[in-house]
Design a protein. Sequence first.
Length: 269
Amino acid sequence: MEVFEEVAAFYDRFRGEKLIYGRSEEGNPLYAMRVGKGETLGISQYAIHAREWITALLALEHVRFGVRKGSVWVLPLTNPDGVLLATEGAGRISEGRRARLLSLNESGDFSLWKANAEGVDLNVNFPARWGTGAKNVFSPSAENFVGNAPLCAKESRALAEFTKKVCPRFTVSWHTKGEEIYWRFHQPLLRRMRDKKLAKVLSEETGYPLKDAKGSAGGYKDWCVETLKIPAFTVEVGRDGLSHPLGREDLPEIIQKNIGAVARLTEVF
């Protein structure tokens, strides 16, 4: 079973509170499952970059593990079209987009694709110093295209709208690779002190060091920090020596190091 189908089947079986918070450019559902009870403390989102689809399987383990306090919305597949491209190729993408995507990719092998089905990198499409990142590009591409405007992609817009509706006290974004945690984005001093304390909790739980994502802008984490003024973290799972895309054989080690991370964060709120 491919990851897209595995997530869909898990969502169908899930008996807790759940919803489809939007649709992708290709019309695929954007799933959300609420883990725990009581106050919504966080949002944990996964696979916003297509080739990092292994994090969607980590999401399912986080749902199974649960949280110890309050509740967290788990969004396992925030870029479903991109994940379909990366894992199954262009065959399941609508005919109107297929030829353009093949031309953009210059190959039928989409395993290293990061963007959505429109060639927008969703994690540089947020209004957080949009378009100023060191690696940003300004036309559709497999990676780093900021889009024609902030939140122009259906997936990033749906994620932003859902986040504002839920009003979480923190967010976590799961990526690969490098085993490090990013937490800083131009916070003033008092918020920087608050956020670093929480980042250290994640670091202690995972064993990953805290790092700066120099030259980055327009990410979901960046937007949460700068616009919503809440702590937000990007966790890069998987050893740096591994090659993209990480596969199922890498999942056991990823789970071992990260299974308790979301639950641990809820304990400090």
